[in-house]
Design a protein around this ligand. Structure first.
Ligand SMILES: Nc1nc2c(ncn2[C@@H]2O[C@H](COP(=O)(O)OP(=O)(O)OP(=O)(O)O)[C@@H](O)[C@H]2O)c(=O)[nH]1
Ligand SMILES: [Mg+2]
Length: 317
């Protein structure tokens, strides 16, 4: 049968908090992305005349290199050309463009209703950072006074349950797990358990790789259907975790997962040290999906809510 472990750890979490992500931390994490996306362009193209043909080519190449994707890079360069943007105004122009691209959703934060059962279904390819994100998220919800249940929905790999178990202890939250279980039926039981024991936050892990992509997609669809049989869509957030150091690959992954389970928000991990943060713009533009969380390290506190203004300011100021 399945196992349900209650954690009763009282010890305070002693890791240094990056909660609320002070702006300095975000700025230093995004410094490589800022260089590739903004500074390399605005530092090399100066003067008071409109950007010329050669410079436009350079800008296009730099934007593509910064993982913005070819379509978006071409679109921006065409605007610079059509609007006869002067080199000295390039930074202001890019700031406005990038800011508008991120206006895909009014909701910047994860859906959450304190009085309801909130389900977070976490998907993504293997190694993207799903399990780590769940640990960080559980910790955050727990500290805010919620009753949190983790569900070891990656039943394909025994080690995956162990890994989530470790995170449940770190975050001091309960976990539901069962070796080699059917993950959809585990999700089903998790929701029943949550109702019975008054959990208000349930976070479901999932496999990143099964024998093939078809099986993975079918399994994720099954889990999602089970969840939606039990509760309203308004209380479900389906989070796609993307490895921020993988750049444009993330866009292709997002397309596949979005088709399978209708993603409602994106979490970008490993932005620390990566120059490929431009992927956030590419996803917003192509899929109209909001990024709501950013992973900025391997520790339990290394998670920050995405804020459009902070993100833009960190890149441009
Ligand atoms: N630097 C950094 N590393 C991260 C971050 N998030 C996750 N990692 C690391 O990425 C690796 C993979 O993370 P997991 O959480 O196991 O990824 P997963 O998606 O659950 O992988 P599977 O279970 O194999 O599908 C681990 O070594 C994590 O420590 C992050 O925001 N920054
Ligand atoms: Mg995992």
């Amino acid at each position: 049968m399945f196992n349900f472990f209650k954690n009763n750890k009282t010890e305070e979490n002693k890791e240094i908090s990056k909660e609320g992500s002070n702006f300095g931390v975000l700025k230093s994490i995004l410094s490589k992305t800022a260089n590739s996306l903004v500074n390399n362009i605005t530092n090399s193209i100066t003067g008071d005349k409109p950007v010329d043909e050669f410079e436009l080519e350079d800008i296009e190449a730099m934007l593509i290199k910064a993982d913005l994707g070819v379509d978006l890079a071409v679109e921006i360069v065409n605007k610079i050309k059509d609007e006869k943007i002067k080199s000295s105004k390039l930074k202001d122009f890019l700031r406005k463009e990038f800011s508008e691209i991120l206006d895909v959703s009014k909701e910047e934060k994860l859906k959450f209703n304190k009085d309801k059962l909130n389900i977070y279904f976490v998907v993504g390819v293997n190694g993207a950072g799903k399990t780590t994100l769940i640990g960080k998220l559980a910790n955050k919800f727990k500290k805010a006074g919620n009753k949190v249940l983790m569900v070891a929905g990656d039943t394909f790999r025994a080690a995956a349950e162990e890994q989530l178990d470790i995170w449940s202890k770190r975050a001091n939250v309960d976990i539901l797990r069962e070796d080699k279980a059917d993950s959809a039926s585990l999700a089903f039981r998790a929701i029943d358990l949550a109702r019975k024991e008054n959990y208000n936050v349930v976070i479901i892990d999932s496999a990143g790789r099964l024998q093939n992509k078809f099986n993975l997609v079918e399994e994720l669809k099954k889990i999602k259907n089970v969840i939606l049989k039990k509760l309203d869509e308004a209380n479900l957030e389906t989070i796609l975790v993307l490895d921020g150091s993988q750049g444009q690959n993330g866009l292709n992954q997002a397309l596949v997962f979005n088709e399978a389970v209708d993603i409602t928000s994106i979490a970008i991990t490993k932005l620390d040290g990566s120059a490929k943060g431009g992927i956030i713009f590419s996803i917003a533009k192509n899929l109209k999906l909001p990024t709501k969380l950013i992973g900025i390290g391997e520790g339990i506190e290394d998670l920050t809510d995405f804020s459009k203004n902070d993100f833009i300011n960190a890149l441009f100021d």
